[in-house]
Structures are given as structure tokens and as C-alpha cells.
Design a binder for this molecule. Structure first.
Ligand code: SF4
Length: 378
């Protein structure tokens, strides 16, 4: 009997890689100290051996060949209906094939810490087995990117790496220190620019709400300054989500709290100010995370800047009771953008969620109720 085709998988990938082949290069996070991040807590970082990773690539290629030969690749929307998938490895490959089979994501938190020769070897092997893949992306820390040579980054690009996802969070140094990001605005700029100059697409993740009320202004202005210097291809919003198990919780709660949390309305105001301060760059702003209140806020800078500002205003200028209705509907998973309030069915269901929240929390503690609804998605 054939040995099972086991493939090691990491815990996460960005939402934009939902249809990608997943290939684990390292385990967990080499830094693992950011106070807002729970993904790899208590997990030890390690590099995987190139031979091990090549075996995963070969196993993936074998599964792909078997699935293609079976002639039963479903449409991606019908994937959930499949009940004949025998393993999680097969599921991952089937999922990627159903999405087109043209993209791959390298796990875990900072693949570029691998020795350059090993990473080149892996990229070359992957390309040999999967020549049809046209987009290979990875998470990367800006500190790692800042110390890599332009030659190394260019060779990665030549071997098929196309995009890096960088968790910038903020460009405000006092806040970067407070959240223990292990990077400064200068590292964010050097790392981001190194990647852009090497011809890689860069996705920068920014965290609205992270600085609370006290640091909101510095957070907005310094983040915009870094983004305006890096000129990334994508700016992705990830609104702060807090839970008691996170070290950052104490910064916002309890007797020693240093920051007061922003309300959801204030977070939208902060995003608006950030968009306003973005100048001279051709980036796509994307709100592709359930934690963001405005789920449809997406547009190309600079051409669509005014449209993005108008979308923020469409929420900010609603009467307070309509804002609360939208918040309740969005946090219950019924609404994505403000326009959805015009859908009478979704509106009625949102009204019912809001009424339940008012009964449970009272009008004075409604924000708390909405935050608890939001926490269900964390
Ligand atoms: S670098 Fe990324 S994965 Fe690592 S602790 Fe920070 S946010 Fe989490």
C-alpha cells in the first residue's frame, strides 16, 4: 500500500490566499512578542529542513495529479458540498485547484528568515513541480526584509515569489514600542522599500484603533508617512480586536490602562483621516477582514480617494440610531456596507439584533454589547 501523502500545514494564511496552495517553510513566529497577537503564543519557532519541504511539495504534486486525473474538480462555490475528501491534505489541494490552481502561500509568520540558498532551492523545486502557479506570496517581517540584500530579494522574485504581506500595524514609533512590534518606522520603510525595489508586490497591514484615543493622531500621521514613503501595492485594514487573553488587553483595561479604546464610530473617523493623509501613492486600499466595520471599503489610490472618503462619510453622517443599527447588523454578519441598510430584509433582521442588544445591555452599554458580538468572530 502507498504511504499516505502527509503535508505539514501552518495555522493561518491571509484572507486573500483563501484559494492558494499552502506550503509551510517555517514553524510559528521567530519574534512572537507582539502584544496584540495570539496566533503562535506558546509555540516554539523552528526552521524546516529543505528536504522535508521538498517532500511536501512532491506529495502536493502527487495529490494534484490524482485529483486532476479523476476529472472531478468542483467549482469553488460548490466545494463545501463535497463529502468524499479523504484527508486535510487532499482538501487543501482540491481547494486550490477549485480556485484555479494558480496561487500559493508560504507559511508561517516570516518565511524570509530562511537561509537564502535554502529558500531559493525550495522556490525552484516548487516552480518545477507547479509551473502553472503564477503567484507565490508569504508573510514577512519588515525587520527581516530590511536586512536582506536587494540581490537576494531579486533572486526570490526571479524564482517566482511575487508578493510579501507585511504586518506594519502602525508607523508611530511610541506605539510600535508599546505593542512590542520589534520594528520601528525606519525598519518599516527600509523593509517595505527593499521589497518594492526588488520588484515584489507589497501588502502592508495597518491596524486602525491600535493607538486608542491618546495616540490616534500620531498613529494616523506616522502611518500615512510610512505608507507614503513605501508606496505599497496594497494597504489592508485590520481593525484592532482585543480579548482578555492578549497582553495588550491590560493596556486598554484595568487599573493600569494607558489607552482608552476608540468606539467603532471613532475608528471609522480614524480610517478617514488616514485615507486623507495618503498622498502621492498608487496603492489599493482593501478592507478584507471581518473585524473592519466597513466591509466594502475598497478602492484604488489616488483615483478613488474621494470615493473612499465618501464611503466613510456615508457612515459617519448617519444619525446615531442608524449607525447603531448598522453596527449591530454588521457584527451579526447581516450587513457588509452602509448601502446594505437599504435591503429591507437585512435591515429588519438587523433591527431585531439591535432590539435584543438594547434589552440585554441597555442603551447606555450598547457599545459593549456590540464589542461582544464582534468578539465572536475573533
Ligand atoms: S510578528 Fe506577526 S506573527 Fe509574530 S507575534 Fe508579531 S504579529 Fe504575531
Amino acid at each position: 500500500m502507498d504511504e499516505p501523502d502527509t503535508i505539514e500545514a501552518g495555522p493561518i494564511r491571509p484572507p486573500s490566499e483563501a484559494g492558494s496552495y499552502l506550503l509551510r517553510l517555517t514553524r510559528n513566529c521567530p519574534w512572537n512578542r507582539c502584544s496584540f497577537c495570539r496566533t503562535y503564543k506558546n509555540e516554539k519557532f523552528s526552521l524546516r529542513e529543505p528536504e522535508e519541504i521538498e517532500r511536501d511539495i512532491d506529495a502536493m504534486a502527487k495529490i494534484r495529479a490524482r485529483l486532476l486525473a479523476s476529472g472531478t474538480i468542483p467549482d469553488w462555490r460548490e466545494l463545501r458540498l463535497r463529502d468524499d475528501v479523504s484527508s486535510q491534505e487532499e482538501w487543501m489541494v482540491l481547494n486550490a485547484l477549485a480556485a484555479g490552481g494558480h496561487t500559493a502561500f508560504l507559511q508561517d509568520a516570516d518565511s524570509l528568515v530562511m537561509k537564502p540558498d535554502n529558500l531559493r532551492r525550495i522556490l525552484a523545486h516548487f516552480k518545477k513541480r507547479f509551473p502553472e502557479v503564477i503567484r507565490i506570496t508569504t508573510y514577512a517581517r519588515s525587520r527581516t526584509l530590511a536586512r536582506l540584500s536587494p540581490e537576494d530579494l531579486r533572486t526570490y522574485r526571479e524564482l517566482g515569489l511575487t508578493r510579501v504581506h507585511i504586518g506594519m500595524e502602525t508607523g508611530h514609533d511610541p506605539l510600535l514600542e508599546l505593542i512590542k512590534k520589534g520594528a520601528t518606522a525606519e525598519f518599516h520603510i527600509r523593509g517595505g522599500r527593499n521589497a518594492v525595489d526588488a520588484g515584489l508586490e507589497v501588502s502592508e497591514y495597518v491596524m486602525p484603533g491600535l493607538g486608542g484615543r491618546e495616540m490616534s493622531e500620531g498613529h494616523v500621521l506616522d502611518t500615512a508617512r510610512v505608507l507614503n514613503t513605501v508606496a505599497p501595492h496594497f494597504i489592508r485594514l485590520r481593525t484592532l480586536s482585543l480579548g482578555p487573553s492578549l497582553p495588550l488587553w491590560e493596556t486598554f483595561n484595568g487599573p493600569d490602562a494607558r489607552l482608552a479604546p476608540l468606539t467603532e464610530v471613532q475608528v471609522v473617523g480614524e480610517i478617514r483621516r488616514l485615507i486623507e493623509a495618503l498622498e502621492g501613492i498608487r496603492s489599493r486600499l482593501v478592507s478584507d477582514h471581518i473585524m473592519n466595520l466597513l466591509g466594502d471599503l475598497e478602492g484604488q489610490l489616488p483615483g478613488e480617494k474621494q470615493r473612499l472618503l465618501d464611503m466613510c462619510d456615508a457612515f459617519l453622517e448617519l444619525p446615531p440610531e442608524e449607525q447603531r443599527l448598522f453596527q449591530a447588523g454588521r457584527r451579526a454578519g447581516l450587513l457588509t456596507g452602509v448601502q446594505d441598510l437599504e435591503d429591507l430584509g437585512a435591515r429588519a433582521r438587523s433591527e431585531s439584533v439591535l432590539a435584543k442588544l438594547v434589552r440585554a445591555y441597555g442603551p447606555g452599554r450598547l457599545e459593549e454589547g456590540i464589542q461582544e458580538l464582534k468578539a465572536r468572530f475573533v
